[in-house]
Design a protein around this ligand. Structure first.
Ligand code: GLP
Length: 243
């Protein structure tokens, strides 16, 4: 149900982009387990579009991902680049360059982060931003503490985040990269619309803490989303249960 409604919403946004590609801003995309069923449902829906519409969508697709690990080799199956190519790029036959991610192989990560922000700004900033939620309250890889003015940059991943993401690395958090490039809250909060997607019982404690906060707090970076004028929270029953 949650997936269907959110896919309806995304489909509407994509149709609007098609109606006026020149005036549309890029999609902001996320990775992670939360996004897997969503992207599968979105692909299924889009592949049912009439061929001319789908062809036009491919031509106009422009998305910027939130984050990427630093230091994994090109084509590494655990990279977010591979995640996006596997879940959206190949299934939808998107052209090269349609899915933009930070350069995780950059020798100079700081320069790569500045270049990614500049490329996003050149396109007018994010239109519709999808976000997952980290168990420690991060969005993208904006680890706590994190304020609203943070820009695209290189970050050091916390132990808890490397634990959370160890599944992709054979369960061994020691092999999860220690650094990543992430969009900052500054770029995220400049999006026109934000959709925060929170699913599963493991997210119940952090979602409960987030909803209990009265004011944004750097210790829970996602709480800064509350200062945005157009945020939707999509949560399933497991994530909403009292922890
Ligand atoms: C990860 C990613 C985020 C993702 C979030 C939730 O660490 N950096 O972009 O949205 O944390 O991940 P998951 O959906 O696997 O729980």
């Amino acid at each position: 149900m949650l997936c269907t409604r959110l896919v309806d919403q995304l489909e509407r946004s994509l149709r609007q982009i098609l109606q006026n590609p020149a005036a549309s801003r890029p999609l902001g995309l996320a990775t992670g387990r939360t996004m897997e069923p969503l992207y599968a449902a979105l692909v299924e829906r889009l592949l049912r579009w009439p061929s001319p519409d789908l062809a036009a969508l491919r031509r106009s697709w422009c998305s910027f991902n939130l984050d990427e690990y630093l230091g994994l080799p090109a084509g590494d199956p655990r990279s977010y680049r591979t995640f996006m190519d596997d879940r959206l790029g190949r299934p939808l036959a998107l052209p090269a360059g349609a899915l933009q991610l930070p350069d995780g192989q950059a020798a100079d990560g700081d320069a790569a982060a500045v270049a990614f922000r500049a490329a996003l700004q050149a396109k007018g900033g994010i239109g519709v931003q999808l976000l997952g939620l980290g168990s420690n309250g991060h969005v993208g890889f904006n680890e706590p503490p994190c304020g609203p003015r943070t820009r695209c940059r290189v970050v050091t991943l916390s132990g808890s985040t490397r634990e959370q993401n160890a599944g992709m690395f054979g369960g061994d958090s020691a092999t999860v990269p220690t650094r990543a490039i992430t969009l900052g809250l500054d770029e995220i909060l400049m999006a026109e619309d934000i959709h925060l997607v929170v699913t599963g019982a493991s997210k119940a404690p952090v979602l409960h803490a987030l909803l209990a906060l009265e004011h944004p707090d750097d210790r829970l970076p996602a709480s800064w989303l509350g200062s945005h004028r157009q945020v939707c929270l999509w949560a399933d029953a497991e994530a909403l249960q009292h922890p």
